[in-house]
Structure formats: C-alpha cells, structure tokens
Design a protein around this ligand. Sequence first.
Ligand SMILES: C[S@@+](CC[C@H](N)C(=O)[O-])C[C@H]1O[C@@H](n2cnc3c(N)ncnc32)[C@H](O)[C@@H]1O
Length: 243
Amino acid sequence: MPGKVYLVGSGTGDPELLTLRAYKLLKIADVVIYDNLVSQNVLALVNEKAEKIFVGKVSGKHLYPQEKINALLVEKAKENNVVVRLKGGDPLIFGRAGDEMAALDEAGIEYEVVPGVTAASAAASKAKLPLTHREFTSVVTFVSGHRKNNMPLDISYKKLVDLGGTIVVYMGVGTMEEMVEGFLKAGFSGNTPVLVAQAVDRSEEIFIKTTLAELPKIKKQKNLKPPVVWILGEVVELAKLDV
Ligand SMILES: C[S@@+](CC[C@H](N)C(=O)[O-])C[C@H]1O[C@@H](n2cnc3c(N)ncnc32)[C@H](O)[C@@H]1O
C-alpha cells in the first residue's frame, strides 16, 4: 500500500503559527519535501529521522521543475507512509498545490491538505491591518505579479478598479513598476495607501507605509527583495507599524 502525502502550509516563518496538525505531521514524517519559503525555524521541528529534500530555487532557478516534484511525491509515497510536502504560507494560495494534487490523483495516491497562514494574513496581522472592514470594504483580492514561465502579466486593472476593496499583490517586486502603472492608468488614485511587507517573520522583515504613486521610488530606496506582499486600499490607513 502506498503512503499518504500531506500538502502542509508552513506559514511565513514563525513556528508558533503552524497548525497543530502541521506540527504533529512534522514529528512523524518519513520524508519532508520543502522549498525556499519554508523557514529554518520551522524546519528545525522536523524529526531527525525524516529524509529532507529541498526542491526550491537556487540563484533564482528551480532545482526541480514542477513535473519532477510531482514525480518525486508519487515515488516517495510508494516507498513511505508519511510524506510531507511543506510549502510557504498556505498550499492553496499561489502554491502550485493544484498541479501536485492532479499528479497524486492520477497516480492514485491519497493526500490531505493542511492549511497554513498565507502571507497576506501574516502581514496584515503584524501590521494590525483589517483586510476587510465594515466601514471601508467587504472585498479583498489576492493578485499575483508573476505568471508561469515569466509570461507577460494579464491583469485586468480596470476590473480591479471596478471591484474596489483591498488588493494584496503576491510576487510583485520584479513587476512592481508595471503594475503600479497599470493601476494608475486604470483609475486608481496615486494617493491610494499601500503597505509593503517584506520578509514577514524573518530577520530581514520590513514594513513600510506609502502610496501607490511613491511605490516604485520606495522599491529603489529600500532595495526591496522578495518575498514581499504589498497591500493597497483604504484599510491600509488603519495599519499600525509598531511591529
Ligand atoms: C509562490 S508564492 C507562495 C505564497 C504562499 N503559498 C502563501 O500562501 O503565502 C510566494 C510569494 O508569497 C509572498 N510571501 C511568502 N512568504 C512571505 C513572507 N514571509 N513575507 C512576505 N511575503 C511573503 C511573496 O509575495 C512571495 O513572492
């Protein structure tokens, strides 16, 4: 009988924010397959006997293409009981879990998803920023600033303007200037407040409050580097930066 694969969210880095289920699985895992955004503090909780396999990026390049990771999950599930696929944040938010679940379905391997704290929630919590608020908005949108194989972005900025509310941009450092231009051209005010959250829960953590128009300047001044989420919308006015 093959084992079971657990797609586990590790949050943004603070082990205290793992679910109890994630913690227990790290203690009994036979294999842990993890990538860059999993913090050393979380990895330190993995039991000593587990085989640990890093499948993240090195110098910006994927060591393992997604197909190879899918195949590895299937192979390890055939040889072990508990295979943990450990991911940054939540596995179901920009986490490629869809590809991995499809591969596991195809191979007839049982799996379970264990949620984690996504970067938007971790950043908002630290900055005491309500992503929704009865006085401001009941809409929050997560947008990716990156597409598969670096294909050009296909964001409909106009639709986002019409929708309104809070927008959280993931993977949007490299494309920040392009996205800011897109938002401005579509009708967002340059004064829209923005919170930049870099490396939440890491030693390089920075929070900056700025505006949409000023964002590209801030990127240069602060030399922003991934992982970053930026949050735009009225609710950002409420953020408290005593983090
Ligand atoms: C491939 S996506 C993974 C998202 C993840 N599954 C989640 O739910 O947070 C990677 C992006 O998540 C965001 N991210 C992940 N960890 C972060 C952190 N500690 N601080 C700020 N942003 C983070 C960044 O936008 C980063 O480029």
